[in-house]
Write a protein of this length. Structure first.
Length: 188
């Protein structure tokens, strides 16, 4: 199918947000939900950067999940990425999770994943080799090693990345969030 070819080309060559948005709209019109989600995800990455990691989910016997989840960016777990509160407690951050090449992901499994942080600027200190912990409550449910961190490919006002804390429009929207497609990405 032509849409699949365009997605493959765009996954290899850098393309603007508008290209991914057009592919997402085409997928929506053809009722190809997984392709739509992927195109929206990739548009978000162009604007806010890419964080990839190898994630191992803990088994249920280790305090991890009881069952698998859909790997298409709907899960929004908490992450310990090294931030601490003034009192020295963990200051967890939220990021959506996309499992590469696997529609479902379960306890004890290991896979490469992509993360879409709610506040990308708080994740900029991460580098390949860093280890972060996934939480779905207070207990850890997975351990991830960062394998790639890429900056945003577009810049907003005053040359700042569009997720810069000084950005006037506020926090960037996550893929799938209300008003994300085309609206949030236009403001800078």
């Amino acid at each position: 199918m032509a849409l699949d070819v365009l997605i493959e080309i765009a996954d290899v060559r850098p393309v603007p947000v508008a290209f991914w948005e057009k592919l997402a709209e085409a997928a929506r019109q053809m009722m190809l939900e997984s392709n739509r989600r992927w195109c929206e995800w990739r548009a978000w990455e162009v604007e806010h950067g890419t964080i990839r990691a190898t994630l191992t989910l803990l088994g249920a016997d280790e305090g991890g999940r009881q069952g698998p989840f859909e790997g298409d960016g709907r899960l929004r777990p908490l992450w310990d990425i090294g931030h601490r509160t003034a009192a020295g407690q963990q200051d967890l951050d939220i990021a959506r999770l996309w499992v590469e090449f696997a529609p479902r992901f379960g306890p004890g499994a290991t896979a490469d994943v992509r993360l879409a942080p709610l506040r990308p600027g708080r994740w900029r200190h991460l580098e390949p080799g860093d280890v972060i912990t996934m939480h779905e409550a207070r207990t850890a449910t997975g351990i991830a090693e960062i394998i790639e961190v890429l900056p945003p490919r577009i810049r907003g006002a005053a040359g700042r990345p569009t997720d810069d804390p000084a950005r006037r429009a506020g926090e960037p929207a996550l893929p799938g969030a209300r008003g994300w497609a085309g609206q949030e990405s236009q403001s800078a």
